[in-house]
Design a binder for this molecule. Sequence first.
Ligand code: HEC
Ligand code: HEC
Length: 206
Amino acid sequence: MRPGLIAAALFGAAVAAAAPAHQGMTPAEPEAGHDWPPGDPQAGRRLAGQCRTCHGLDGIARIPIAPNIGGEHAAYIAAQLDAFRSGAREHEMMSIVARGLTDQQIADLAAWYSGFRAEAELHADPADAPQPCASCHGADGIAVDEMAPNLAGETAVYIDTQLRAFRSGKRHSEVMGPIAEAMSDAEMRAAAEWYAATRLKVSRPD
Ligand code: HEC
Ligand code: HEC
């Protein structure tokens, strides 16, 4: 077998192992099961003044180590803020930002940033997309699964950092942990470069 085929086989096995866990996981996942109060997007817009230097008011990242959050699902945004607040996910900047947020503020911020429509421009043949990733994150990086984030237009350094964190267990995910554990550094870089090469556009439907 060529190395590429071995990698594809390993990838396939990891995804097959992850898929049933994922299907069974969503309702039981503590963050996903968190009961958030209804979010007010206008209150979220005001709070987003604290986020704009890094994520912009529109959720398009302004610094290479920060991700785009405009147009992510509210449930994903809220779950990640909750994880930073509780310490389940750690980052020197976000842990401080999230520490003081109330449930209402998290819901409001999630309502604001999820209110954008995310679209991606792909300048390559979708058939060349990393197939095991595309089933959840889309070939163009627009996620097809509610709890999976968009990867379109994230920087390669952000994607690579997250994959390594999933692999080492520093960032915990029942879905991404086993997938990242089966990946080599080169595969991580290739997946990161694919999604970083797509362009993300966000707009407000209203
Ligand atoms: C000083 C810069 C900075 C500020 C201010 C900031 N962030 Fe972040 N944010 C980051 C970085 C860097 C990451 C990536 C952390 C990591 O590598 O795990 C991140 C990650 C996130 C994520 C996870 C997204 C994903 O795709 O997993 C969310 C959600 C988020 N920030 C929301 C916010 C909100 C809402 C605010 C304002 C209340 C905010 N951030 C303020 C830098 C910042
Ligand atoms: C079965 C669905 C599924 C598959 C397949 C999958 N992912 Fe994920 N991915 C997820 C979920 C769910 C999350 C959110 C994890 C969490 O809650 O922290 C995620 C998160 C990520 C993140 C973090 C993004 C961010 O904004 O912080 C990266 C990077 C990522 N995946 C890359 C990949 C790559 C590369 C592949 C292919 C090798 C892949 N994923 C395959 C479901 C999937």
